[in-house]
Design a protein around this ligand. Structure first.
Ligand SMILES: *Cc1c(COP(=O)(O)O)cnc(C)c1O
Length: 250
């Protein structure tokens, strides 16, 4: 259960923490990303919780499951109360679910979890078939921790995948890199996954002659978002600190 009465206060708490962490960044990072963006992760939470956050000024929301996202996006409750909502898809995406995901293209702001050429082609072709006018924003998910349980492109294949999307997928617009990373067991120390993602962006941009701010970095969740901001995140995905702990059906 989420307690609707606390969502506004939680959002303010998180925004204040993000702003305070952003002040601690180097001047260079502050220039690269003046205001890191907050994505409120509403997975498993009811539509009322989304509406409550929206009414407290939140516009970007993240969901992990295609079915749940599409149901929320199409519900009259959210359509009527949240006309400017922008969804981030942040879960593992199977190619068979792409048509369903793309069916909510009007409110789908970005797919953060493109991890292979096959998936990129599938998204690109589905959009082409639908005659979608403007390209869909995507991030490449990178498996920075090397854990088998995590999806994402391996760091070794990243440059190739970036080039593939830029050159072969006109219906996709590459906006950034994303990582989930390993559970952070040492809050005091720099996070290896965040550092790796930051360095990968630097390498890719150098190689392809892009400005660093051409690519966003999506990293940081409830447990480690302040550190992520300090380490260069531009896109925080925060769920339980805003909406309360999730309860999964057993
Ligand atoms: C659930 C989820 C989040 C949010 O996690 P919290 O710890 O609740 O903030 C962020 N990113 C991804 C990919 C998730 O699946």
């Amino acid at each position: 259960m989420s307690d609707l009465s606390t969502i506004g206060g939680n959002l303010k708490y998180v925004r204040d923490k993000i702003a305070a962490a952003a002040e601690l960044r180097s001047e260079e990072l502050q220039k690269l990303c003046p205001a890191p963006k907050l994505v409120a992760v509403s997975k498993t939470k009811p539509k009322e919780a989304v509406v409550e956050a929206y009414q407290n000024g939140q516009r970007f929301f993240g969901e992990n499951y295609v079915q749940e996202l599409v149901e929320k996006a199409n519900s009259s409750e959210i359509k009527e109360n949240c006309p400017e909502i922008q969804w981030h898809f942040i879960g593992h995406l199977q190619r068979s679910k792409v048509p369903k995901l793309v069916s909510i293209i009007d409110s789908l702001h970005v797919v953060e979890t493109v991890s292979s050429e096959k998936l990129a082609v599938c998204l690109n072709d589905t959009l082409k078939k639908k005659n979608v006018q403007s390209p869909l924003n995507v991030f490449i998910q990178v498996n920075t921790s090397g854990e088998e349980s995590k999806s994402g492109a391996s760091p070794d294949n990243l440059l190739e995948l970036v080039k593939f999307i830029l050159e072969k997928c006109p219906n996709l617009k590459l906006k950034g890199l994303m990582t989930i990373g390993a559970i952070d067991s040492s809050p005091e120390l720099a996070n290896d996954d965040f550092k790796l993602l930051y360095n990968l962006r630097e390498e890719v941009c150098k190689e392809l002659d892009l400005e660093q701010n051409a690519l966003e970095l999506s990293m940081g969740m409830s447990g480690d978002f302040e550190k992520a901001v300090i380490m260069g995140s531009t896109n925080l995905r925060i769920g339980s600190t805003i909406f309360g702990a999730r309860q999964y059906k057993v």
